[in-house]
Design a protein around this ligand. Structure first.
Ligand SMILES: Cc1ncc(COP(=O)(O)O)c(C=O)c1O
Length: 342
């Protein structure tokens, strides 16, 4: 297979066009067979519920090329379940798990030349989304939905790559409320966080770290990723909160942390604890593991190590996870699945 002519090692985390995407429609109570199209626009009714009432959710996962040339996905069934949870929470029609997996495979197969070559550090980012397409003017769920999957080759989410980022604790903006929709991947959560992210960047930070909206005391997560800290006595600590996205990467790191001799703990994390952590990191499909170099909270700043070098455990976790994802190390967990050609 001749690959697309791209500078694979220097790709950013942006939209790089590919040849095709796939779309399925839900109408009259059933999903159709879907189509593969080369159009990157969507004709949509102006009263569609996704445009007015935020009936929209999405997923993010990656495909990797292994050394032997296979294309693999990582824990795709978890993404299938999570998009269904997101759909149910905002009363949209969830695509069945088999349809989700078939659609992702179809989108990858139609764009195989865009799967970044093994060893370049880049991957094929996969963006499935479900939108309410049926018209409504009153606040009601749509009667029709579209499920789409597009793909785009990407490099690291934070342009520093595997280098520490600098976070500021956000106190003026809440991303999500405890009984709201912070635990699912709906677009509104990201719109709600834009102000905070842009302000943090303008002030010289990479991203924000959100606190729980109710007490403003406990760590929730970072803008696009979950958060973890490593304590002096080797615990891998990650927040338990009703308003954060259950990260598939974080769930995997909890398993790998144990293998590396760390003791994983998912629990409420007081913001003061950052001053006790030896290391901290952000984790997610896009962020992979991004070590945290410093966290600023009011007029206090915690610097991890020299603020520029990833900590020992963050480094080990990163290499372990990415080696499994790209097939360089065996996967004893059944997380990695080969994408069948056609
Ligand atoms: C808000 C938020 N938290 C956490 C994550 C990480 O989740 P995952 O590891 O499943 O990609 C993401 C990215 O999907 C996210 O958008």
């Amino acid at each position: 297979m001749t690959k697309a002519d791209l500078d694979w090692a220097h790709l950013d985390f942006g939209y790089h066009p590919t040849d095709y995407n796939v779309r399925y429609s839900f109408k009259d109570g059933a999903w159709d067979q879907g189509v593969v199209t080369d159009s990157d626009t969507i004709p949509i009714h102006m009263a569609a519920t996704c445009l007015h009432y935020g009936q929209e959710c999405f997923e993010g996962l990656k495909a990797y090329e292994t050394k032997s040339g296979d294309v693999v996905t990582f824990r795709i069934d978890d993404n299938a379940r999570r998009i269904a949870d997101s759909c149910r929470k905002i009363l949209m029609e969830p695509p069945p798990e088999e349809l989700f997996i078939a659609a992702v495979h179809r989108a990858i197969n139609a764009n195989r030349k865009y799967v970044p070559p093994h060893g370049t550090g880049a991957s094929l980012y996969i963006r499935p989304l479900v939108i309410g397409t049926g018209p409504q003017v009153g606040v009601k769920p749509a009667g029709e939905y579209m499920f789409m999957v597009f793909v785009t080759p990407v490099g690291p989410y934070f342009k520093t790559g595997f280098k520490p980022v600098h976070l500021i604790v956000e106190e003026e903006v809440d991303r999500a409320a405890p009984l709201g929709v912070g635990d699912v991947k709906v677009g509104g959560n990201y719109a709600a966080g834009l102000r905070a992210s842009m302000r943090a960047r303008a002030a010289g930070y990479t991203e924000v770290l959100y606190l729980d909206a109710k007490e403003k005391r406990h760590i929730d997560e970072s803008g696009p990723a979950n958060f973890f800290g490593i304590t002096k006595d080797n615990q891998y600590v990650t927040p338990d909160s009703p308003s954060i996205l259950p990260s598939i990467t974080n769930k995997s790191l909890i398993t790998l942390a144990e293998e590396l001799g760390l003791r994983p703990q998912r629990r409420v994390v007081d913001v003061e604890e950052i001053f006790e952590f030896n290391e901290a990191g952000c984790c997610g499909t896009a962020a992979v593991i991004t070590p945290v170099g410093s966290i600023t909270w009011h007029d206090r700043k915690k610097v991890f190590g020299d603020g520029e070098t990833p900590g020992k455990y963050s480094d080990e976790l990163y290499h372990k996870l990415t080696a499994i994802q790209t097939g360089d190390e065996p996967d004893p967990y059944g997380w990695v699945q080969v994408v069948p050609e056609k």
